[in-house]
Design a protein around this ligand. Sequence first.
Ligand SMILES: O=C(O)CCC(=O)C(=O)O
Length: 434
Amino acid sequence: MAATVVRAQGSEEFRRFGALLVEYNDDLPADLRHDLAPALRDLAAYYADPSAAFVARVDGEPAGCVVMEHLDDGSAVVKRLYTRHAFRGRGVARALMVALIERARELGCRRVVLDTDREQLVAAYRLYQSLGFTECEPYGEVDYRHATFMELRLDGGASLRSRFERDGFLVVPGFVSAAAIAALRMRAAEIVDAFDPSVAAGIFTTRDESSTKSDEYFLTSGTTVRCFFEEEAFDASGALRQPKELSINKVGHAMHDLDPVFERFSHGPRFDALVRGLGLAEPLIYQSMYIFKQPRIGGEVRWHQDATYFDTEPSTVTTLWFALEHADRSNGCLWVERGGHRTPLRERFVVDDGGSRLERLDDTPWPSEAEAEAIEVEAGTLVVFHGLLPHYSAPNRSATSRHAYTLHAVDGRALYSPRNWLQRDAAFPARGFV
Ligand SMILES: O=C(O)CCC(=O)C(=O)O
């Protein structure tokens, strides 16, 4: 079962938290132990607002803890991150960090900072990186050598843009509320429920573009809302292997304009400010997709660059990918090549009088396993990709789905290729976020 995290507030939670804190300290090498006496005298007072203590539980058992201290300069500091040995490898530290970041956001903190040891605590360093932390100047004094200081900016602006320009992607945990996720999931389930496969059954695959993409059902879906089956949805006799609701690969591609629930979610000043902050002066949303990555049969999305499908001159397509469920290596999370947006566009998917085809533009190979980085995230995380960033997701062979919602936007100042498969016209123009 996944970890659940609560902020310690009553005496019972603080008692549990205190026990975890002592266990954490005992687990440290002797020279790194803290003097916990001042905190233990009155934990509730010591971690009173705006500081906070969090406890994670797995199957009802206390599994770990973390605390957030608040600095006068508007920074939230991460301290005492601990996962009990029996619960390691189960996403406890990530869940604790996400809860802490959400609280820091609620408090209006401008950043979350921490110190770690990059060389010795490799897994922790990777976790922080995957949550969007980057190395920074020391935020204060620490009492050990070789400290690595990291920060996660919550105030957007130049810092988000410089990270985006450096890495080609951004990970923003806690961007979507639990209520918004529930609304999107419920609406997607209704769309699938109403879908009658006997009318038009399309399969979505990214493996053999030449045949599947010429499929009328796909090519005419850019201005409507359609369901596509997973490639492995049907057995040899043509029967579904799993119930319909566990067989749909995705819904696309214009629900951001045509479906009231998705329309509401997909527009607003927050998205507009974010995308403009990344350099799209006149953002226009061309495509939306609800991706299910179904349990056991969720199909691979092969290595690609989104500019292959949304060619503009200059290249501007930018993708917002919202995790609606926890995503990790087991259920087919995204993989990216950090900095790969500086590599050339390898392919272009074109539709013209000659039909649809994938043109090879450049022979640069796709990233090797060593160059690929897994983007393991909690539900509610936003991942933003540059249009030239190579990314893929593996098949999902696990028993857990991996739902996500995506929006693809381009800059209206750039020239949108008339050979792109998805065209809008004056009767149904692409709109911005506001
Ligand atoms: O969610 C996925 O598995 C892949 C999504 C993707 O590659 C995209 O939206 O460009």
